[in-house]
Design a protein around this ligand. Structure first.
Ligand SMILES: *Cc1c(COP(=O)(O)O)cnc(C)c1O
Length: 377
């Protein structure tokens, strides 16, 4: 079976893990620090604005703590979003307000967000669908005038740029994922960007048991030179959601490979675009404007009989999928609004295989099967 997404992990990662094992410190330490620094360097922003965590879902839930969502707040989330974006709003009993998406990019737009703004709107959680940035200029302008926080779910947009600015660092908070299916993988893992240094202190405390980060105290009492180093105090309640040196050592190797991964995925997207453009029954993603750089995380097609093509490809050894099932169709989220574009895309969009390990033969096979399916219709 040709997978739709797939990580590439090999001897470099194994050697890095072996080094961590022999160092006898596998918890959060030097490798985590280096990973955060190397990640920050991609954006040419100080690592003080970045902190790692266990996964991107944890980071989304962290937003509900940092920005004090409560039962009087409304949080706008695009209907085509990962489930955790919706769930994170419910965590503090805020109101989840879904907005529709553009039918071609599957991203929220300034207009779709604007429709849903009320005096209670506190934040919008954007999703850069498949690594293609949302149209950020009008969205940022809208949110600035309405005093609304921007949280960028950049799980698919590890190196996406909008007019030179890295996705995840344009708004107030950005979150990334390194789970098994993402552009780079640390087993599981996540990264957080925060614009505000004060919020970053809160975030670090929350992610590590509520222990104060400024004083070297608490579980670090020995280093602080305390007589009774087992005594501690906490500043707030907190969780324990840290990346460790094993994860970070994998991440450091993966970051070394990211350019190659992205280059190969771009090549595959271009092949899909070229080869499939002659099929009049298939709608391809819109071409990228020149001020946008994508992370090439998804390649998708849209067609009348999406389910038929998905099944045909599956029967012929090619796995495809649709991301993300609309949140308004999830019963728990209890939405009564209508989302015509999101309804449309969820019926007609198919994500084709896209990962760095696809061979030219794999890509040719997928394309040939799509042509074959077309001839049978
Ligand atoms: C994968 C994904 C997440 C969740 O990331 P985890 O690290 O698995 O928690 C969040 N948002 C989007 C858009 C994703 O694709």
């Amino acid at each position: 079976m040709i997978n739709v997404f797939q990580p590439e992990l090999s001897k470099e990662e194994l050697q890095a893990i072996a080094k961590v094992f022999s160092s006898n410190w596998i918890g959060k330490g030097e490798q985590v620090k280096q990973f955060e620094e190397k990640f920050a360097a991609m954006f040419q922003i100080s690592p003080d604005h970045f902190t790692s965590t266990t996964c991107c879902t944890e980071a989304l839930f962290l937003a509900s703590e940092l920005f004090n969502y409560d039962s009087t707040s409304e949080i706008i989330v695009p209907d085509i979003s990962f489930v955790a974006a919706g769930s994170s709003v419910l965590a503090k009993h805020a109101k989840l307000v879904l907005c529709d998406v553009d039918p071609r990019t599957l991203n929220a737009t300034a207009d779709s967000i604007k429709e849903k703004i009320s005096s209670k709107t506190k934040a919008v959680i954007l999703n850069h669908y498949g690594g293609v940035p949302c149209e950020m200029e009008p969205i940022a302008e809208l949110c600035r005038t309405k005093n609304i926080l921007i949280i960028e779910d950049s799980a698919c947009a590890i190196r996406s740029f909008y007019k030179g600015r890295g996705c995840g660092t344009i708004g107030d908070m950005g979150v990334w994922s390194f789970d098994a299916m993402k552009a780079i993988c640390t087993g599981d893992g996540g990264m957080i960007y925060l614009k505000s240094p004060e919020k970053m202190i809160n975030a670090r405390e929350f992610l590590y048991l509520g222990l104060p980060v400024k004083e070297k105290s608490g579980m670090d009492g020995v280093k602080a030179g305390k007589a009774n180093w087992w005594e501690y105090d906490i500043r707030r309640y907190g969780r324990r959601a840290l990346m460790n040196n094993i994860m970070a050592s994998i991440g450091l190797e993966q970051l070394n490979k990211l350019n190659r991964f992205l280059h190969r995925k771009k090549e595959i997207c271009e092949t899909y675009m070229q080869e499939l453009s002659s099929l009049d029954w298939l709608v391809l993603p819109p071409p990228l404007p020149d001020y946008i750089e994508s992370s090439y995380y998804f390649f998708w097609v849209q067609l009348a009989n999406r389910d038929g093509l998905a099944k045909f490809l599956y029967e012929n050894g090619v796995y495809t999928t649709f991301r993300y099932w609309p949140l308004h169709k999830v019963k728990l989220f209890n939405s009564k609004s209508r989302f015509p574009n999101s309804d449309y895309v969820s019926k007609h969009t198919l994500n084709l295989p896209l990962h760095q390990s696809l061979s030219d033969n794999d890509v040719a096979k997928i394309i040939e099967l799509i042509f074959q399916y077309g001839r049978q219709q």
